[in-house]
Design a binder for this molecule. Structure first.
Ligand SMILES: [Zn+2]
Length: 524
């Protein structure tokens, strides 16, 4: 007797192979049969005629480290068909905690998520994550920024040999506690304060433990190629597998550079460097407004940064730097996505040009004013990429799909602000817009980029493919209907066309309803 039979669907198995029609039998959370299952007894049955049955999607690049603690239902991801999330990207993870900044971090967690900071080490964070059930599987990474902050704070200088060896120790501990590797965010202090040599040293340690390295590169603009060279160098010198995160060009004058960067990646692979990349299907980035400030302005952490913003001489230097680096990108292309103070919530969804007019300030001055009023914690969305580059990267055989978003919901504390629509729409958008409507890639290629390929990158031996013996994480969707609904102005909207989502053999989403099932595992 099987637990569940899915009959008559078009099987897209995650390998990139063409679809075929078959029934799929599940028992004990695993796929136990794939073929014609007429007459097989089963407790439950899903008739999937003309629907696609694929492995559950693996979101290789996310930031759900804290949101999963707030709402384990993982609504905005599971409803896209995502059954596994990789957290701890862009150099950021909530552990190990830098004790020097503990109070600051605790305050942020309280304000943003109503969470208590109860952990210090990476192992304690993982224990905390495990302590309440969640609907998606999780692959954790440890952030280089967290490692660096824990050892030398927000110091803008190379690490001493003693400090480096402390970081290595913390990295080893994190991997022993279950981290699949480490991530860097080389535009974000304190990760940005590291030189390449530090990254190579850490990568050697992670490589020895079987870990991977994901990187938000130091440059994604005119110097993109230099950023890619650094990522390749880290892989080449340490032997670690490298995942270039959200590969793109964010400088309007440098669009087109991704063709060269992809060629570089191919060349490096021919030399034996294990490189791949991911992408989200939108033309705008999302991060903190403070990321527009020069690196040196962050030295010492948030309090020190805020003090600089109100110092007449230093703030003038920062303002001049902002004009130099941001002005030519167009202030109208930067939109505020979230603030904390109620009286400023009218800014959410407005661009910096409009806000600066309202404030009666020059746009660069307005940036500083907004940061001061909001104590540095403001979300921004920046329209900076082009459709041609997106398609070039999407078509490439080494590219996977990663949302760069987090598990959110359209209710509760996670429904705040106007976050990037990628949190709700990434995977259906690829399937609806780039596969069905524009034919940029085939359906089988798209599914491979969402399942088999990331499972290969992460070494998840039982995920990403539909085969007998694999975990029964599945997404059933209508290829003629599937599409994202989340927009920049109205981002908290779930997609359509995702019919059923199954994690470990249990139905988590059916007919646009979350069943409350929480069968996700932390994949350690
Ligand atoms: Zn990033």
């Amino acid at each position: 007797m099987l637990d569940l039979v899915i009959s008559g669907g078009k099987i897209i198995d995650g390998s990139g192979a063409p679809w075929f029609r078959a029934d799929l039998g599940i028992a004990g959370g695993r796929i136990v049969s794939l073929g014609r299952l007429k007459g097989q007894k089963s407790k439950k049955r899903i008739v999937a005629n003309d629907l696609v049955v694929s492995p559950g999607f693996i979101d290789i690049h996310t930031h759900s480290d804290l949101t999963l603690l707030v709402n384990g239902r993982a609504e905005s991801k599971i409803r896209q068909g995502v059954t596994t999330e990789v957290i701890g990207n862009c150099g950021y993870s909530p552990a190990p905690v830098a004790e020097k900044y503990r109070e600051e971090l605790a305050g942020q967690l309280k304000d943003d998520y109503n969470l208590e900071l109860t952990w210090s080490s990476f192992a304690e964070y993982i224990e905390h994550l495990k302590s309440s059930p969640i609907s998606v599987n999780v692959v954790p990474l440890v952030g280089h920024g967290a490692l660096r902050a824990a050892v030398l704070g927000y110091e803008n200088r190379p690490a001493t040999p003693a400090e480096l060896s402390k970081m290595k120790g913390l990295l080893k501990e994190a991997i022993a506690a279950g981290a699949a590797g480490f991530s860097s965010g080389l535009i974000y202090p304190p990760s940005a304060y590291a030189d390449s040599a530090e990254l190579v040293e850490l990568a050697r340690v992670a490589a020895e433990q079987g870990g991977i390295y994901t990187t938000h590169m130091r440059y994604e603009g005119a110097q993109l190629i230099e950023g890619v060279r650094e990522a390749i160098m880290v892989g080449e010198k340490s032997g670690i597998p490298v995942q270039i995160s959200h590969h793109k060009v964010t400088d309007r004058g440098s669009w087109g550079l991704v063709s060269g960067s992809l060629r570089l990646i191919e060349q490096a692979r021919r030399r034996g460097v294990d490189l791949s990349c991911d992408l989200y299907p939108y033309l705008a980035t999302a991060t903190g407004l403070s990321a527009t400030l020069p690196d040196w302005a962050h030295q010492g952490g948030l309090k020190a940064m805020l003090a600089r913003l109100v110092d007449p001489t230093i703030s003038e230097e920062i303002r001049a730097e902002l004009v130099r680096t941001q002005q030519h990108q167009g202030w109208e292309n930067i939109v505020i996505s979230s603030v904390h103070n109620k009286e400023n919530q009218r800014w959410e969804g407005l661009d910096l040009k409009s806000i600066s007019e309202e404030l009666g300030l020059e746009p660069a001055e307005a940036v500083l004013e907004i940061l001061v009023r909001e104590k540095g914690r403001v979300g921004m969305i920046r329209f900076a990429m082009c459709e041609d580059d997106l398609k070039t990267v999407l078509r490439h055989h080494l590219t996977m799909i990663g949302s760069d978003g987090s598990s959110r919901a359209d209710y509760g504390i996670l429904a705040r602000g106007k976050p990037h629509p990628r949190n709700f729409g990434t995977f259906p958008r690829v399937l609806g817009k780039y596969v069905r409507e524009e034919g940029v890639i085939s359906l089988e290629e798209a599914i491979n980029k969402m399942t088999g390929l990331p499972a290969w990158r992460l070494g998840l031996a039982r995920k990403g493919l539909l085969r007998e013996g694999m975990d029964a994480d599945l997404t059933i969707f209508d290829p003629d209907q599937v599409i994202d609904r989340a927009t920049f102005l109205n981002p908290l909207q779930y997609p359509t066309g995702i019919k059923q989502v199954i994690v470990a053999g249990q139905i988590v989403v059916t007919n646009n309803e979350h069943t409350g099932v929480k069968t996700g595992q932390i994949l350690l």
